[in-house]
Design a protein around this ligand. Structure first.
Ligand code: AHG
Ligand code: MN
Ligand code: MN
Ligand code: MN
Length: 294
């Protein structure tokens, strides 16, 4: 029975990196406890123009404060903060985070999560430069899916507050489960053709509205999660820095792939913190299929 702490030691994670990961992982308990008293919208909007849920701002403030106090972090870029938060200038690691992903599902008690990426140096780097990425999924269990660039492992939080290894060397199988965001009348011809092909080949459509939860089922069963370019938004909805890069890194580490429909999003060097890109992430074959449609 390996713990997350033991996994970090066995992976020879540098001490500061391991501490940062544990600090954020340990916020899962407080975050879960906070849902009950933070069910509403906060009345504010974020830089993407979205209404912030109370839990969006709560989780953001909580994780930011823990990282600030640690003195181990150089900078943090969060979905819920307009600008990059500069912390300890001599620290080595920077964090990108979606503190609460799937926030429209909080009041209906469906699974939501927290997405984190860690870079050495500055925040605005291509996803292929990530030193580590992980997400916590607040489902029936709290799980933590992580990669330090040496494959993917999944841990589950037990009643004592310890993350215990559930699965290691996780690989995305080839599969046809699919979930796509965006309204069908606003989908592009390319995306319509893709979804039709998948469904005609027997692919089952299952989309919840939480990227973390929807990706996690793809990681287990194989298939594709998509938030495509639409007729209204050529760059789709999801954010490259805090959402697509960490999840794309995990997909790549699990033998899958991530794409904007034409090429890997992991090679894009971000120029803006909140920039968006269309995304297709999942089994290798499913990503090859969208890239082959012209
Ligand atoms: P967030 O809650 O962090 O803003 O992310 C929402 C994202 C993602 O989790 C999800 O896949 C998608 O937006 C849902 O959007 P729709 O409600 O448009 O389907
Ligand atoms: Mn949001
Ligand atoms: Mn999100
Ligand atoms: Mn979010």
């Amino acid at each position: 029975m390996k713990t997350l702490q033991e996994y970090l030691s066995a992976s020879h994670a540098p001490e500061d990196l391991g501490k940062i990961i544990m600090l954020i992982a340990d916020q899962a308990g407080p975050i879960r406890s906070a849902f009950i008293s933070n069910q509403n919208y906060a009345g504010s909007t974020n830089s993407s123009g979205e209404d912030q849920a109370e839990m969006d701002t709560w989780a953001d403030a909580r994780i930011t404060s823990v990282l600030q106090k640690s003195g181990l972090v150089r900078a943090v870029a969060s979905e819920e903060q307009e600008d990059i938060v500069q912390m300890s200038s001599s620290a080595k690691y920077s964090i990108v985070m979606d503190p609460l992903d799937g926030s429209s599902l909080i009041k209906v008690n469906l699974s939501v999560g927290t997405i984190v990426g860690i870079y050495e140096g500055d925040v605005l780097q291509a996803g292929n430069q990530l030193r580590a990425a992980f997400y916590m999924l607040y489902g029936p269990m709290t799980t933590l899916t992580i990669s330090l660039g040496n494959g993917v492992s999944i841990f589950a939080l037990n009643a004592e507050g310890t993350y215990i290894l559930l699965k290691e060397n996780v690989k995305i199988p080839e599969g046809t489960l699919c979930g796509s965001g965006g309204l069908r009348p606003e989908w592009t011809e390319k995306h319509i053709r893709y979804m039709n092909e998948i469904e005609c080949e027997g692919g089952k459509n299952r989309y919840s509205g939480s990227f973390v939860a929807d990706f996690h089922q793809i990681l287990e069963y194989g298939g594709v999660y998509a938030y495509p370019a639409t007729k209204k938004s050529a760059s789709g909805k999801l954010r490259l820095v805090f959402e697509i890069n960490p999840i794309g890194f995990l997909a790549d580490q699990a033998g899958g792939a991530v794409s904007n429909g034409e090429c890997s999003t992991l090679d894009i060097v971000p120029t803006k913190v909140h920039q968006r890109t269309p995304v297709y992430v999942g089994s290798k074959g499913m990503i090859a299929k969208i890239e082959a449609i012209r």
